[in-house]
Design a protein around this ligand. Structure first.
Ligand code: HEM
Length: 151
C-alpha cells in the first residue's frame, strides 16, 4: 500500500488478511523454453503453478506464519512496514493488474464496515479454527459466522 495511507494498523490488518487468505496460487503458466530452476530442468512446454502460499508462510519473512499477526507489517514505531515476501497478487510481468483497485476496495469496505458495525463472532475467538482446509493443492479459509452489531 502507498505512503498516503495514514492508518498503519488498518493497513497491516488488510495485508495480513491477504497473506492469510490461503487461495495462494497464481494462474498456471507454460515454460516457453528449456529452463533450469534450482537444479531441476523444466523442459519446454512444462506447466508450472506458482504457489504463493509457500512464500507467505516462510518463517524467515514472517515470524509467526501460522498466526494472524498484523505486526508482520508494522515496525517498532507502529508504522507500516513493507515485506518483500508479500505477493498475493503474484509478481513480475504477469502481476495482477487489479492490485491497486483491490487494495482500494479492501480499504474502503473494511473501514466502512468497521465504522458502522461491531463484529461479534458467535463463539469465543479462541475457539475459531483458522487452520487452512486443503482442497487439492490449494488451501482455503474455513467459513465461520459472526454478527454485525450497529455501533
Ligand atoms: C484480492 C483481490 C485479488 C487478488 C488476490 C488477485 C490475485 C491475482 C493473481 C495471484 C493473479 C495471477 C498472476 C500471475 O499469474 O502471475 C491475478 C491475475 C489477474 N488478475 Fe487479479 N487479483 C485480485 C483482484 C483483481 C481485480 C480487482 C482485477 C480486475 C479489476 C483483477 C484482474 C486480474 C487479471 C486480468 C489477471 C490476469 C493477468 C495476466 O494473466 O496477465 N484481479 N490476480
Amino acid at each position: 500500500m502507498d505512503d498516503r495511507l495514514k492508518m498503519p494498523y488498518t493497513d497491516a490488518v488488510i495485508h495480513e488478511i491477504l497473506r492469510r487468505k490461503r487461495a495462494g496460487m497464481g494462474i498456471s503458466r507454460c515454460v516457453t523454453r528449456d529452463t533450469e530452476f534450482r537444479g531441476y530442468l523444466l523442459p519446454k512446454g512444462t506447466i508450472v503453478y506458482p504457489l504463493l502460499d509457500s512464500v507467505h508462510n516462510d518463517p524467515s519473512y514472517f515470524s509467526q506464519p501460522d498466526a494472524f499477526y498484523p505486526q508482520h507489517f508494522l515496525d517498532e514505531q507502529g508504522q507500516f512496514k513493507k515485506n518483500e515476501a508479500f505477493m498475493p497478487f503474484s509478481c513480475g510481468k504477469r502481476v495482477c493488474p487489479g492490485e491497486t483497485l483491490a487494495h482500494q476496495e479492501f480499504f474502503l469496505y473494511f473501514t466502512s464496515i468497521l465504522q458502522s458495525f461491531s463484529l461479534r463472532p458467535l463463539v469465543p475467538p479462541r475457539d475459531i479454527d483458522i487452520t487452512p482446509r486443503f482442497v487439492n493443492i490449494m488451501s482455503v479459509c474455513r467459513p465461520y459466522e459472526f454478527c454485525f452489531l450497529p455501533r
